[in-house]
Every structure is written in structure tokens, then in C-alpha cells.
Design a protein. Structure first.
Length: 259
């Protein structure tokens, strides 16, 4: 991680901090202003704008929003407008509170989502972020059935498999799953690691590769292609999922144990 220097601009800061703040609801510019203030301690708009490499007029607007959300405070008894960033622990505390509130209300959200007719609900995604969010949703399920190419996933999302294994070990991912893979060296080695974190794994000896990934979870089927034009299709249908589970069991029983 890049160390901060007093004369450094926000451009020289570790971009991972900016990206992390964006995941918590900050915009890119808000994150740069907050990080600039965090390093400066207390500063006026001119110094903040210089550190964040933004125009003063934009910084005024951003600061107003950050103050309203409780991420920045205006320092009183100063001749010119001076600001300081709140402790990052406050942001973490707010995120935990929102997460708990959302978790408590999740049954109500699901009830609203499931209203309507009995036709399958189909969602089509073609952005990298959308496909990644699909996997994140699967990770938060209790159980899932995978027919996947992990070599393809590793190429499209570098480091994602290692991160998934690490988070599962820490108990951050509750998912218990069965993984059915093709007979190739990369996937077989990955499955050995999966076995160490309580995942069930098998491979199909006569299949060398899967061109698409299929995941059955909750009452949904996710079909993902990570070829030249990546996409994901999520079909939500209890009837379809129940039928596919029976088919998965047949294929699973034909799979070979990974030693």
C-alpha cells in the first residue's frame, strides 16, 4: 500500500482506498475529498481542492453533502471555512447499522419481490459488475449446486477464487455447496482447496470443459457465460429449480470423487 506524504496529491494515494469507499456509497470525488481531509486533518476548501485535484466549486458542493451525511464536520471558530473528516470507525459503525436493518427487513423485501403471477422471472445481465453481483448473491445463500468452469472464472475475475476461499474460512460466506466440474487440471486443483473448507466436489471424467456455468440456488437458476461477450441470465422459478435439482442429482451420482 502506498504511504501518504504531506505534499502528495490524492492521485498518488492507494486507489484501493478510493474503490473501497465507493463500495460504501461514496462517489469517486467524495472519496477523494474525504481521503484528502483524512490526511490533512483540518483544511480549508483551497487546500482540500489541491490535495484532491478537484475544482474549488466542486469541493464546496461535495463537502456540503459529506457534512449532511455525517462524514465530515465543519470546524467552528475559524475565520475561513475549515473542515475535518470524521473517524473511519464512524463509517464502519453506520455500515453495520444499515446491514443489520437491511437484514431485519429482508423477509419483507422478499415478500414484495415474490408477489405477482407464477411466470418465471428472468433477469439478463451483461456487465462485469452485474455478473460479479450475481456470484455475491449466490455466496450469501445457504446452499447451491454448481456446474462450473473455475479456470474461466479465475481468468475473468483474477483473485476472486482465492478471496472466496479466504472469506469462507473466516465465516464471512455461509454458503455450503456441491461443485461439479470438468476433468481438467486447473479445476481439479481448485477443488482440492474447496474440500478443505467443507465444500463437496466431484468431476465428470468424460467432460474436458464447460462453456457455461450453471448454479442452482434458492428458487433460482443462474446461467453464466464468460466467453467473448460475457452475460448472466437468472431465472427465478420454483418449479424449474425443483426439476433441475433432480437432474443435478443424476449427474452428480455419475461424478467421480476428487482425491
Amino acid at each position: 500500500m502506498t504511504k501518504y506524504r504531506g505534499d502528495a496529491s490524492i492521485a498518488s494515494m492507494d486507489t484501493s482506498l478510493v474503490k473501497l469507499l465507493e463500495k460504501t456509497g461514496f462517489t469517486d470525488k467524495e472519496a477523494r475529498v474525504y481521503l484528502a481531509l483524512l490526511e490533512l486533518g483540518q483544511a480549508d476548501v483551497s487546500d482540500i481542492a489541491k490535495k484532491a485535484e478537484l475544482k474549488r466549486s466542486i469541493v464546496y458542493v461535495l463537502l456540503e453533502g459529506l457534512v449532511k451525511r455525517g462524514y465530515t464536520n465543519e470546524v467552528l471558530n475559524k475565520k475561513i471555512n475549515t473542515y475535518q473528516a470524521v473517524d473511519p470507525l464512524i463509517i464502519l459503525s453506520q455500515l453495520k447499522s444499515v446491514t443489520k436493518d437491511f437484514s431485519d427487513m429482508l423477509p419483507m423485501f422478499r415478500t414484495l419481490h415474490n408477489k405477482g403471477d407464477n411466470r418465471p422471472k428472468i433477469t439478463y445481465l451483461e456487465t462485469k459488475e452485474g455478473i460479479r453481483n450475481t456470484y455475491e448473491e449466490i455466496n450469501q445463500s445457504k446452499e447451491a449446486l454448481f456446474i462450473s468452469s473455475y479456470e474461466r472464472i479465475a481468468k475473468y475475475f483474477p483473485g476472486a477464487i482465492e478471496e472466496w476461499i479466504k472469506h469462507t474460512k473466516k465465516g464471512l460466506i455461509p454458503l455450503k455447496a456441491r461443485h461439479l466440474i470438468a476433468n481438467n487440471k486447473f479445476d481439479l486443483e481448485i477443488m482440492k482447496k474447496f474440500k478443505t473448507i467443507g465444500q463437496e466436489t466431484r468431476y465428470l471424467a468424460e467432460v474436458a470443459d464447460f462453456n457455461m456455468d450453471f448454479v442452482i440456488y434458492e428458487n433460482k437458476l443462474a446461467i453464466t457465460s464468460l466467453e467473448e461477450n460475457p452475460f448472466a441470465i437468472i431465472v427465478e422459478s420454483a418449479g424449474l429449480v425443483n426439476s433441475l435439482k433432480s437432474i443435478f442429482e443424476i449427474v452428480w451420482n455419475k461424478g467421480k470423487e476428487i482425491k
